[in-house]
Design a protein around this ligand. Structure first.
Ligand code: AMP
Length: 449
C-alpha cells in the first residue's frame, strides 16, 4: 500500500515524502479514503499509530478541493479540539508540515499563554484552528473566532477530553457549529460516555479501529522491577547510568513528586526536567524542547502530560509510580514504540502498588514479567500500606488525609490484603493466574509468563 493509492493529491504526497514516510500506517490506510469521501469517522486508534496524519492529510485535501471564493476575512472551516496544550501544539505542527505546499492557513490556541497574539492571528483569518476547549471558549466570548462556518470538526483523544471534565465546554462549542458538517472522533478507549457523545454527534460513522481497545502496543517490551519505595530513586539512577540511556520519560503520580524526582536526579548528575500542569506554558515548552534535543536526559511527567507528548523514537518509558487509573498505564507506555519503532517500558513497583499492578494486568490481559535487579531486592519485611495514607503520602506533605479517602473505608479483609508483603501477594497473584515460571527471579533475565 502506498500513499498515492489512497487518493491523496500531489502537494500532500510531496509533504509526506519530505517528512520521510514511505508507507501509510494501518489507521491511515483505513481512514484517509473514507475521510476523502466525506464520511464521519469513529476512530479507535492506539497511541502512536499515526492517526494525526490519518485525519490531517484528508482534511487538508477536502478543504483545498472544496474551497469557495470569499469576500473579506477567510472563514474558519475546520476545527480540531484536543485535551492538552502539548497535543494541540503537536497537531498544529503536523497541519503546518503536511499543508506546507497548500495555500491554507492555520493556527493554534491554548491556555496558559497570553491570549492577545492568538487573537491577532485569528482576526487575520485562518482556515484551520487547533484548540483546547477552554481557551477556544475564551475566544468565542471575546468574539475573536466565529464557528458558524465550520465544515469539518475533529475531536482528538475524545476520551481524555471527557476524563479531564471538558464535556460541558465541548457541548457549548458544538452548539455554535453548524449541524451539517463532517465529524471525525478519535478515542483510545470507548466508555459509555464516548458512545453517547458519538451517537449524538456522528452521522452513520465508519468505524476505523486498528488495535484492540485497551491493549498495549505489541512493540513495547514491558517489565516490572519490584523494589522498595525508598530505593526507587537509587534504582532509577542506576538503570539510567548502567544502561547509558540517553532519553527516558519517567512518570510520577504527583506534580510535587515529579519536581522532587527531577531535582534529585539533577543532584545525582543526571540532567532532568519536570513537566506538569503547575508549570507555566513557557517552562513546559522549554522542558519538552530540551528533552527532544537531548539537552536533558530525563523528562519527569505527570499523566496529564502523557497524552500529548510525541517524541520521535522515544526508546524508554519508566513508571516510577504506577498510575491510579489502569488505562493511564496504556497511554503512558504508548509514548514509546510509536510508528513502528521498538520501545521499552519499565515499572518500578513497590509493595503498596500491587493492587494497581493487578488492575493493569487485568486490563491489558497479560502478566507483565517481573525482574528483580541485583542489590535492589525488596525487603520482605516491609508491609503494604494504602497509597493514599502510606509512605506515598509523604510526597504530599502538609495534606490532611481526605475524609472520603476510599482507603479509609476498606473492609478488614482488604486491609489485611494491603498489609501482606510484596512476596506473599505477588506469589498469590501468579498462582491465581496459573502462570508458568516464577514471578520473581534474580538477575536481569525476564521471568513470569
Ligand atoms: P501519532 O499517532 O499521530 O501521534 O503519530 C505517531 C508518530 O508516527 C509521529 O511521530 C508521526 O510523525 C509518525 N508517523 C505518522 N505516520 C507515519 C508513517 N506513515 N510512517 C512513519 N511514521 C509516521
Amino acid at each position: 500500500m502506498s500513499f498515492e493509492s489512497l487518493g491523496l493529491m500531489a502537494e500532500l504526497l510531496r509533504a509526506v515524502s519530505e517528512k520521510g514516510y514511505n508507507t501509510p500506517t494501518p489507521i491511515q490506510t483505513q481512514a484517509i479514503p473514507l475521510i476523502l469521501q466525506g464520511r464521519d469517522i469513529m476512530g479507535g486508534a492506539q497511541t502512536g499509530t499515526g492517526k494525526t496524519a490519518g485525519f490531517t492529510l484528508p482534511l487538508l485535501q477536502r478543504l483545498f478541493t472544496t474551497a469557495k471564493e470569499h469576500t473579506g476575512r477567510r472563514p474558519l472551516r475546520a476545527l480540531v479540539l484536543t485535551p492538552t496544550r502539548e497535543l494541540a501544539a503537536q497537531v498544529a505542527e503536523s497541519v503546518d508540515i503536511y499543508g506546507r505546499h497548500l495555500p491554507l492557513k492555520s493556527t493554534v490556541v491554548y491556555g496558559g499563554v497570553s491570549i492577545n497574539p492568538q487573537k491577532i492571528k485569528l482576526v487575520k483569518g485562518v482556515d484551520i484552528l487547533v484548540a483546547t476547549p477552554g481557551r477556544l471558549l475564551d475566544h468565542v466570548s471575546q468574539r475573536s473566532v466565529d464557528l458558524s462556518k465550520i465544515e469539518i470538526l475533529v475531536l482528538d483523544e475524545a476520551d481524555r477530553m471527557l476524563d479531564m471534565g471538558f464535556i460541558r465546554d465541548i457541548r457549548k462549542i458544538l452548539a455554535l457549529i453548524p449541524k451539517q458538517k463532517q465529524t471525525l472522533l478519535f478515542s483510545a478507549t470507548f466508555s459509555d460516555e464516548i458512545k453517547k457523545l458519538s451517537s449524538d454527534l456522528l452521522k452513520s460513522p465508519a468505524l476505523v479501529e486498528v488495535a484492540q481497545r485497551n491493549t498495549a502496543s505489541e512493540r513495547v517490551t514491558q517489565v516490572v522491577h519490584p523494589v522498595d519505595k525508598s530505593r526507587k530513586r537509587e534504582l532509577l539512577s542506576y538503570l539510567i547510568g548502567s544502561k547509558n540511556w540517553k532519553q527516558v520519560l519517567v512518570f510520577n503520580r504527583t506534580k510535587h513528586g515529579a519536581n522532587r524526582l527531577s531535582d534529585q536526579l539533577n543532584t545525582d548528575g543526571i540532567t532532568a526536567a519536570a513537566i506538569h500542569g503547575n508549570k507555566s506554558q513557557g517552562a513546559r515548552t522549554k522542558a519538552l524542547a530540551d528533552f527532544k534535543t537531548g539537552k536533558v536526559r530525563v523528562l519527569v511527567a505527570t499523566d496529564i502530560a502523557a497524552r500529548g507528548l510525541d517524541i520521535n523514537q522515544l526508546p524508554h518509558v519508566v513508571n516510577y509510580e504506577l498510575p491510579n487509573v489502569a488505562e493511564d498505564y496504556v497511554h503512558r507506555i504508548g509514548r514509546t514504540g510509536r510508528a513502528g519503532n521498538e520501545g521499552e517500558a519499565m515499572s518500578l513497583v513497590c509493595v503498596d502498588e500491587l493492587k494497581l499492578l493487578s488492575d493493569i494486568e487485568r486490563l491489558i490481559k497479560r502478566d507483565i514479567p517481573k525482574v528483580i535487579i541485583n542489590d535492589f531486592e525488596p525487603d520482605p519485611a516491609i508491609k503494604a500500606e494504602p497509597i493514599n495514607k502510606g509512605r506515598g503520602n509523604q510526597q504530599q506533605a502538609g495534606r490532611k488525609p481526605s475524609r472520603n479517602n476510599s482507603a479509609g473505608k476498606k473492609s478488614a479483609s482488604a486491609r489485611n490484603d494491603q498489609r501482606r508483603t510484596f512476596k506473599e501477594r505477588s506469589n498469590n497473584q501468579s498462582q491465581s493466574r496459573r502462570t508458568t515460571g516464577q514471578s520473581h527471579q534474580r538477575g536481569h533475565s525476564h521471568a513470569g509468563s
